[in-house]
Design a protein around this ligand. Structure first.
Ligand code: BT5
Length: 245
């Protein structure tokens, strides 16, 4: 796939979820990459059916691509690659933005959550959803961490505001740049994600009713992209599928 795939982004108003809207467009797209950018969502979702709060003003974006367009060894680390793409997009729109990632799927600024991603599949298509707070930082009502916005970073650095469309176009560009790099390996994605993590964050396992009180800290990723954490007593654990607040 060439580096400069022209953006094929369908702009829509309010949807249930851009994941559903994108699924409905898969047949017509016939394997060609496309994305959906919505103004708001009434049933935005995070991982594990958690709610993604989706008021008008932020970016609700789903990118669909044929699995064949991605090197097979990259597919298992696609959530990590997506985080790196989002970080790169923000950092190229705002000079000096010190954005981090949190394993496995969050974008973080100053300890607060700017956005997150969700990877699903349907047949041979990968459906990559990204929610990013651009203008509004919704109060988080479950046990999640406080939220912030891309434009709070822009304001802190005295730079112009970003729009959801600009951000979506930059994400598209960085995504295709990254997956077209024939030298990219799983190890490189994992190493870059490790370097971009904010290891000072206190992490908590999610439970069905909230968060586990045990405070964990990220040490790093193993070669598979699994997270090694330290417990308060100094012992270590490796997380493969646990999601963290
Ligand atoms: C995520 O899930 O972070 C993935 C979010 C993906 C949203 C996009 S929007 C476009 C596409 N269409 C969809 O329907 N979804 C995708 P997770 O790591 O499970 O985080 C969910 C948690 O984040 C919630 O339990 C809250 O604690 C918190 N949260 C919800 N809305 C938020 C927001 N707008 N900003 C910051 N945190 C939020």
């Amino acid at each position: 796939m060439s580096v400069n795939v022209p953006p094929n982004i369908h702009h829509v108003g309010e949807v249930t979820s851009t994941m559903d809207a994108a699924r409905q467009m898969l047949t017509a797209a016939n394997g060609a990459p496309f994305a959906v950018l919505a103004e708001s969502q009434v049933k935005g979702r995070g991982t594990g059916e958690r709610v993604w709060i989706s008021p008008k003003g932020n970016m609700y974006f789903t990118l669909c691509i044929s699995e064949k367009s991605i090197m097979p060894e990259i597919v298992p680390v696609l959530p990590l690659l997506t985080g790196l793409v989002c970080r790169a997009a923000i950092m190229s729109l705002i000079n000096g933005a010190n954005v981090h990632v949190k394993w496995p799927n969050d974008i973080i600024y100053a300890g607060k959550k700017i956005g997150g991603s969700l990877v699903e599949s349907e047949g041979e298509s990968l459906i990559i959803g990204i929610g990013m707070n651009v203008e509004l930082a919704p109060p988080v009502t479950d046990s999640g961490r406080a939220s912030t916005t891309v434009n709070e970073i822009a304001a802190a650095l005295e730079q112009p505001k970003i729009t959801p469309t600009q951000l979506a176009e930059f994400i598209w560009k960085h995504f295709f740049q990254m997956i077209s790099d024939t030298t990219l390996t799983r190890k490189i994605v994992v190493t870059r994600f490790d370097a971009a993590m904010d290891k000072s964050l206190s992490l908590h396992r999610r439970t069905p009713t909230g968060r586990d009180p045990e405070e964990l800290h990220a040490i790093g990723l193993n070669e598979w992209g699994h997270l090694i954490v330290s417990r308060p007593d100094g012992t270590e654990d490796t997380l493969m599928t646990d999601y963290l607040f």
